[in-house]
Design a protein around this ligand. Structure first.
Ligand code: NAD
Length: 262
């Protein structure tokens, strides 16, 4: 067995909201594997949730960064530079769409504004963060983002988030090609449904989680730790020649066609 897989690596983790966040499971596993961590949070209200968790795990920096604001992204780089001269990993675990866009007929509720917000926060932010932190990322570093199957097939109520995730996955591929020349890898994990704060905003999520378990090839739901292990693979030397990939961590759900058969 190799030694700790993230020994000496410095990882910037976005998207922790609470101890059920996928990003939190990733942060904990990365730390157990030897990584140093820095966290971002969007605004004061979130700081109250994130700071105790981040301090408890020995974070080197805890930075205010609402990814819809360029100035916040620039400030985050400046804050991280105060403690680190390089970063090896960015975990992008951010998704948002206005709630009213996630409830009702896609045609009616997808306004110009909700589309712009969802795409900006959930997809553009990957590009914005990559550009801002690129000068700090040495060859061998990597970026991982979180996506969902609603980008590939229609998932009722997921609506504009599905469109945003499609843009996110495609952006990850374009970034992977462009940053490949700098030795930076970019990958996405398409996670099966998990009960988190973000998931609570999706109508029908509870039913989906209940029904989903029987419908996947492995007859189970996935959890945050399943996703964290995949992130460890992608962000460590185990995944050293993997880039531009969307890795499904969904108990096989995406291979299914008609799911209503007995
Ligand atoms: P979560 O609510 O714990 O995390 C979502 C995070 O997005 C929060 O920490 C929130 O602060 C952050 N965020 C929202 N707007 C932001 C902004 N403007 N600036 C900075 N951060 C912002 O929920 P989660 O399920 O852990 O979600 C993490 C990622 O995983 C999301 O991209 C989500 O779409 C994706 N995902 C979740 C599931 C699931 O079923 N939970 C499945 C597949 C993919």
């Amino acid at each position: 067995m190799p030694g700790p897989l993230m020994q000496g690596k410095r990882a910037l983790v976005t998207g922790v909201a609470n101890d059920r966040s996928i990003a939190w499971a990733i942060a904990q596993l990365f730390q157990r594997e030897g990584a140093d961590l820095a966290f971002t949070y969007p605004g004061e209200a979130m700081e109250r949730r994130v700071r105790p968790l981040a301090e408890g795990i020995g974070a080197r920096a805890i930075v205010d960064c609402d990814v819809s604001k360029d100035a916040d992204i620039d400030r985050a780089v400046a804050e991280v530079r105060k403690v680190w001269d390089r970063i090896d990993v960015i975990v992008h675990s951010i998704g948002y769409a206005p709630r009213e866009a996630l409830d009702g007929r896609f045609t009616d509720v997808t306004t110009r504004q909700s589309w712009a917000i969802a795409l900006d926060v959930s997809a553009y932010s990957l590009i914005g963060l990559a550009r801002a932190f690129k000068p700090m990322m040495p060859p061998g570093s990597s970026i991982v983002t979180l996506t969902y199957y609603g980008s590939e097939k229609v998932v009722k109520h997921y609506n504009v988030m599905g469109v945003a995730k499609a843009a996110l996955e495609c952006s990850a591929r374009y970034l992977a090609e462009d940053l490949g020349q700098d030795g930076i890898r970019v990958n996405a994990i398409s996670a099966g449904p998990i009960k988190t704060l973000a998931a609570a905003g999706i109508k029908g999520m509870r039913t989906m989680l209940g029904e989903n378990a029987d419908k996947t090839p492995l007859r189970r739901n996935v959890d945050q730790e399943d996703v964290a292990r995949a992130a460890l693979f992608l962000c460590s030397e185990l995944g050293q020649n993997v880039t531009g990939e969307t890795l499904h961590v969904d108990a096989g759900q995406n291979i299914m066609g008609v799911v209503s058969m007995g």
